[in-house]
Design a protein around this ligand. Structure first.
Ligand SMILES: NC(=O)c1ccc[n+]([C@@H]2O[C@H](COP(=O)([O-])OP(=O)(O)OC[C@H]3O[C@@H](n4cnc5c(N)ncnc54)[C@H](O)[C@@H]3O)[C@@H](O)[C@H]2O)c1
Length: 451
């Protein structure tokens, strides 16, 4: 055990315990310790020596295992892989201190809820959390979901106080609401980008090397796709495979993609157009003959204000003189079709639990669907264009493949599909991640300025 207790910890404050010192566990331990709390942590017992050496002198106390953390801490956060939560809580849950409050950082809550209900002693309260962002993003202003599942209201107040220094935006949901909202804001959104990446890889194309992918909303698609493939596969796998609502949404996304592609290939203009315009009305509220209301007349200000902002973040050579290639934007048509089919209102989800990636994803969908000319051009391109058709075919196959992999609940297959594609893009991860972060920051700032 590293011996120095946090010098700044205040007597009478709850002791914080973190089980799982991966990326998110470290973020929480570091920030909460800096916020003045006594923080005790552990990872797997065989990592004890390494972790102890690493945190020596930091004030964060490394303990032998989850039993030791559970016996000591008043507020415990399990920060382990979603697929492992059941086994880890079964092991350490019974050691939880009487009257303690337990949370999980797990991105999908169905297995966490099951494990807590099953293995935590009855004299322990449950107020769970989930920070809706990755470890490299500032916690400030980001949604922090709080789930009051068991115990008195004062435990929620305690959790709110503990996380004060994060300056996050608290969002209060039940376990089930959490999984419904995050299925949309995270799981199905990731499925779309994972499919784009796999389509590029299977088509053996680096999108930044081809002029058709280097401007406007294509820049968002490329940067976000690379950002997702640069992260940990198990986070995406857990929230797709273990969330029942995500299963439903990802299957519908694959179905929407395939059905629209078939209409395009069959040249069924009327049916394709009817379906796309109906989805526009269902999701955005604009009839086929209607333009969106301008914000000065009480409408909503669009997320992406200008393509010029996006072009500065292109990973490739952007040629101003080049005419835009007509693109069916199958990935976006399918997303809006999927939302319409499942009666999902994405802007409500954005308000509740928006992540930067989800904001940009709605942003590009809205950009396409706002303009009747742009949407009509996408429908035309889907029926007639030959430039993007091969990409659309690869995209459809990829979306179906991800849907199948998720429905089989197969983590190994998910990992292989993910890493195969990630390896293809790996040489560009560093640049793309930096570019993606800058892009997100610029768009968020331009949003704030205009609100
Ligand atoms: N990375 C993200 O963007 C992100 C964001 C929000 C929530 N989450 C969720 O947070 C959780 C952790 O994610 P992460 O990114 O930190 O993953 P990670 O792989 O970096 O960390 C998981 C840690 O749990 C440890 N662990 C596993 N079994 C253990 C055991 N029996 N005892 C102690 N430690 C054990 C692992 O050794 C590992 O260090 C996941 O459930 C994930 O879904 C991740």
């Amino acid at each position: 055990m590293s011996t120095t207790a946090s010098t700044s910890a205040v007597a009478g404050q709850p002791v914080i315990g973190i089980i799982g010192m991966g990326d998110m566990g470290r973020l929480y331990a570091t920030k909460l310790s800096a916020g003045g709390y006594r923080v005790v942590v552990c990872d797997k017992p065989d990592l004890f020596d390494r972790l102890s050496a690493e945190f020596e002198g930091t004030g964060i106390e490394v303990l032998a295992d989850g039993h030791a953390v559970s016996r000591l801490a008043d507020f415990i956060v399990y920060s382990v892989e979603a697929a492992a939560i059941g086994a880890v809580v079964r092991q350490y849950g019974p050691s939880t201190k009487i009257g303690a409050t337990v949370a999980g950082q797990t991105s999908v809550k169905a297995p966490e809820k099951e494990a807590f209900d099953k293995y935590l002693p009855a004299d322990v309260d449950i107020v769970s959390v989930h920070s809706l962002h990755g470890p490299s993003v500032t916690t400030e202003g980001q949604p922090l979901i709080i789930i009051h599942h068991r115990g008195p209201q004062e435990k929620v107040t305690m959790v709110e106080e503990i996380f004060q220094s994060f300056k996050s935006r608290y969002v209060y949901l039940s376990y089930d609401e959490h999984d419904e909202v995050t299925a949309n804001t995270q799981a199905v959104t990731h499925a779309a980008f994972l499919s784009m990446g796999m389509a590029w890889k299977n088509g053996s194309s680096y999108p930044w090397e081809e002029t058709k992918w280097v401007s406007g909303i294509e820049v968002v698609k490329v940067n976000i796709t690379l950002r997702i493939y640069a992260a940990k596969w198990h986070v995406y796998a857990g929230l797709a495979i273990l969330n029942p609502a995500a299963q439903r949404q990802i299957q519908q996304y694959a179905r929407s993609t395939t059905e629209l592609m078939k209409l395009m290939l069959g040249g069924h203009r009327d049916e394709l157009a009817r379906r796309v315009w109906a989805a526009r009305e269902a999701v955005f509220g604009w009839a086929e003959t209607e333009d969106p209301v301008h914000d000065e007349d009480g409408g909503r200000r669009p997320i992406l204000l200008s393509e010029d902002i996006l072009n500065q973040f292109s990973l490739g050579e952007y040629d101003k003189k080049r005419d835009d290639q007509p693109n069916s934007h199958l990935s976006l048509l399918a997303m809006v079709d999927c939302w319409a089919a499942l009666d999902i209102h994405p802007f409500k989800h954005l308000d509740v639990a928006g992540t930067p990636v989800f904001m940009l994803w709605i942003g590009v969908a809205e950009y396409l669907f706002r303009s009747r000319e742009r949407l009509a051009a996408a429908i035309d391109a889907g029926l007639a264009d030959r430039v993007f058709r091969a990409d659309d075919l690869e995209f459809t196959i990829a979306a179906r493949g991800w849907g199948e992999c998720v429905s089989f609940g197969n983590f190994d297959l998910y990992e292989r599909r993910f890493l195969d594609t990630a390896n293809f893009f790996a040489p560009r991860f560093e640049g793309a991640s930096k570019m993606g972060s800058k892009m997100i920051k610029t768009i968020q700032e331009s949003q704030q300025r205009s609100n």
